[in-house]
Design a protein around this ligand. Structure first.
Ligand code: ZN
Ligand code: ZN
Length: 248
């Protein structure tokens, strides 16, 4: 009887400490500022995030049905598969800007955890290794961190897949793709990467924050495949959805 009451008291104390701890570490929701014990977003904001339409599995172009778009059936891009989490629109674009330019690294945690959950809901053959799309050393020095690497590191822990940011190197300090018209982006990124190590795994997932034309990821995928990689996937947080012209 005494032991039962002692155990109950101990449980009560543990519960109170846990509640106090959760209050102390409660963080404001990244979007509305409400205190939340969820990971960076309150349940209401998490539920109201925009959803992607049905996408081609290879290039992530919106399609009405099937697995692949017409373009991928005729002339597929270098990457074998693309997985994205959200359309690149408000408030996702603001969250990505916070991560990229304002050192809001909790956004990387948030997105990586959501990505890992999505992969667990729709399982497929996992890659041997996760590689962030690298920044050129000059830009990395200037920014202080690579936002895609921050996402990849969390994903690596969540999924228990090795993380590698040393093999794929950026050797050309290209202009930011977003500063160029779509027509010039392919040329800008040409020969931008190099493999800095030999003996690569067979199956790699490249991690990036935003997918627009896909030229950067395809250049990286080509470089890896020229060095013996058999399958390259691209995992991105957001996909730019354009409605008036063709892209891929
Ligand atoms: Zn909120
Ligand atoms: Zn496609």
């Amino acid at each position: 009887m005494l032991m039962n009451s002692l155990t109950a008291s101990r449980h009560k104390i543990t519960h109170r400490i846990a509640r106090l701890y959760s209050k102390l570490i409660a963080t404001p929701c990244l979007l509305c500022g409400t205190h939340t014990d969820q990971l960076s977003l309150c349940p209401s904001c998490a539920q109201s995030l925009p959803q992607l339409p049905h996408l081609c599995q290879r290039c992530a172009l919106p399609i009405t049905q099937g697995e692949y778009c017409g373009q991928c059936l005729i002339n597929p891009p270098a990457r074998h598969m693309t997985r994205c989490l959200y359309p690149y629109q408000s408030p996702i674009d603001h969250l990505i800007a916070d991560l990229k330019y304002h050192e809001q690294l909790s956004v990387a945690n948030l997105f990586a955890n959501q990505f890992a959950t999505q992969l667990q809901v729709h399982p497929h053959t996992m890659p041997d290794c996760l590689m962030p799309i690298p920044l050129h050393p000059i830009r990395l020095r200037h920014r202080g961190y690579n936002q895609s690497a921050e996402i990849a590191k969390v994903l690596s822990k969540r999924l228990d897949i090795p993380y590698d940011d040393r093999t794929l190197c950026r050797i050309k300090n290209t202009q930011p793709q977003t500063s160029l018209p779509y027509s010039e982006r392919k040329k800008n990124i040409h020969s931008a990467f190099k493999c800095c190590r030999q003996s690569l795994p067979r199956h790699i997932a490249l991690i990036d924050d935003v997918l627009t034309t896909g030229h950067t990821a395809d250049m990286a995928a080509k470089t890896l495949m020229q060095n013996g990689v058999k399958k390259v996937e691209l995992w991105t947080i957001a996909r730019t959805i354009r409605h008036h012209s063709k892209y891929g």
